[in-house]
Design a protein around this ligand. Sequence first.
Ligand code: FES
Length: 187
Amino acid sequence: MSDAKDQNTISPVVAHPTRREFIHLTAGAMGAVGLGAAAWPFINSMNPSADVMALSSIEIDISGIQKGQTHTVMWRGRPVFVRHRTEEEIKEMRSTPLKALPDPETDEHRTKDPNWLVVVGVCTHLGCIPTQRKAMQSSTDQDIGWVCACHGSKYDYSGRIISGPAPRNLEVPVYEFINPNAVLRIG
Ligand code: FES
């Protein structure tokens, strides 16, 4: 015979894993840690390396580029033309009728400072590198833009396509003048 106190007593139930369950749990946890450790080099390899990060933007000294000169720099594996334009070039680029252009864009829209043109030197047709173009009839033999030797696309000194099979103007990269007429950052 048991008393009332004994009948109301509830024994706490504590779940103890069996030895087999314990081994499985431990193995599972170790497997998850091992998988993470094995995956880390792969995940880490997707981060850009230090040298790639360093090339994502470049700063160049433009103080020595004279009016009428183009300086070419490499940025992210592509040439970038930095042209110090003459007053005549600026005037001509700003007065070109847009309807005469296959890819109409104003010169004001493509330049941050009218004295400087900054464009990626890769033809928008099939990716050749255009070269400086000479005026055909000019006694001064001055440059008047770029021509792509691959299929004859011609670009003006705003980097706009004016004739040939290229469908678009030369790309204007992200850039800013850190110091006007002295330091330019591309990227
Ligand atoms: S790649 Fe420049 S015209 Fe074809």
